[in-house]
Design a protein around this ligand. Structure first.
Ligand SMILES: Nc1ncnc2c1ncn2[C@@H]1O[C@H](COP(=O)(O)OP(=O)(O)OP(=O)(O)O)[C@@H](O)[C@H]1O
Ligand SMILES: [Mg+2]
Length: 320
């Protein structure tokens, strides 16, 4: 610890991350993130929060090192920057979502989060407050839409509407099996079919998704110790009957992960699983900045930009 008073600062954490980053990798890979699992200060282990502001002579850490392909990271970064947006940090998507939809108690006792997005479903398993396993599956909302489009011979846009308006992830969840009207492709005759037929197409794909998600959760090795069960989130979890299907396939308690009660006057419009990642990214940044503020005030200085950032974030929400 470099500080003369032996207070751990973000500079010490930064140096620790830097030393973890000196790991030798193949040329086409680079480190995206270093995720601490546990800190050890002067031989005292079991510290799961960032120890900024604590006292000590020596700090060690157990970390997860996240790597990615250089070409993919560079493509993505160029794409974002060409939209006029600067990149501060790259955060693993399931980790970002987890900041918004999981609380500390769930992560402490053990929980698995399944974030069903558009292109991919992300999985993250937590125990003792830290992330133990992450994985991605190439099945999510857009594959479901694509199945509806191909099976019924309708265009993607109509398939997306049909999924959201009439879709169920589980046939047995349909109460009134009404006949609905679906637009044919390019002026062709409309189709009139029961909701249960649409649902059968959806259920096949969603079952496959949860079977694969279950296999990934098993791979974490702590599947049988997840007292907080499974939390589903992401836009794909808004499909009716998804929770019930997950329960049937995975056999454990399933809850919907919604960003809420996170303070700062979060408005109703963002209380939806579809905003889990976005809200999680904001929370991640706010937590980092408030750590900096605490350290700076310990040193007798305030971080000048912090108030400004909170105000800007509040302003975005007000504008929604
Ligand atoms: N009401 C709804 N009912 C069913 N599906 C929905 C609903 N709203 C959104 N979706 C689906 O959610 C998916 C998008 O979810 P989300 O916004 O979480 O994805 P993303 O984070 O952009 O994608 P990814 O995580 O793959 O990068 C789309 O496939 C969309 O069809
Ligand atoms: Mg997503």
């Amino acid at each position: 610890i470099s500080h003369p008073d032996r207070i751990i600062t973000e500079d010490d954490i930064e140096r620790l991350y830097e030393s973890a980053k000196s790991l030798k990798l193949s040329k086409d890979e680079k480190i995206i993130d270093v995720i601490p699992q546990e800190f050890i200060i002067d031989s005292k282990d079991g510290i799961f929060d960032l120890p900024i502001g604590m006292f000590g002579l020596r700090m060690e850490a157990k970390v997860n090192i996240l790597t990615g392909l250089v070409s993919q990271i560079d493509d993505l970064s160029n794409c974002v920057q060409s939209c006029g947006v600067d990149i501060d940090d790259i955060v693993l998507e399931p980790l970002a979502s987890s900041y918004a939809v999981l609380n500390e108690s769930e992560k402490k006792v053990g929980v698995a989060m399944i974030d069903i997005g558009g292109g991919t479903t992300d999985i993250a398993v937590f125990k003792k407050g830290v992330i133990k396993h992450t994985a991605g599956i190439g099945i999510a909302g857009s594959q479901v839409t694509n199945d509806i489009s191909e099976t019924l011979g309708i265009d993607e846009k109509e398939a997306e509407r049909v999924k959201k308006e009439f879709g169920y992830a589980m046939v047995s969840e349909i109460i009134n099996d009404d006949v609905v009207t679906i637009q044919g492709i390019k002026g062709r005759k409309p189709l009139r079919i029961e909701k249960s037929i649409i649902s059968r197409i959806i259920q096949a794909r969603m079952e496959e998704l949860f079977v694969l998600a279950g296999q990934e959760i098993k791979r974490s090795g702590i599947e049988s110790y997840l007292p907080a069960g499974i939390v589903i989130t992401g836009g794909g979890s808004l499909l009716r009957g998804t929770r019930e299907l997950a329960l049937q396939v995975l056999g454990s308690e399933v809850n919907l992960g919604v960003p809420m009660d996170i303070g700062g006057g979060l408005i109703k419009e963002v209380e939806s699983p579809i905003y889990a990642t976005g809200i999680g990214l904001i929370l991640h940044r706010m937590k980092y900045l408030s750590h900096r503020k605490n350290v700076k005030s310990l040193k007798g200085k305030k971080h000048p930009g912090l108030k400004n950032v909170f105000e800007r974030i509040k302003h975005w929400f007000d504008e929604l």
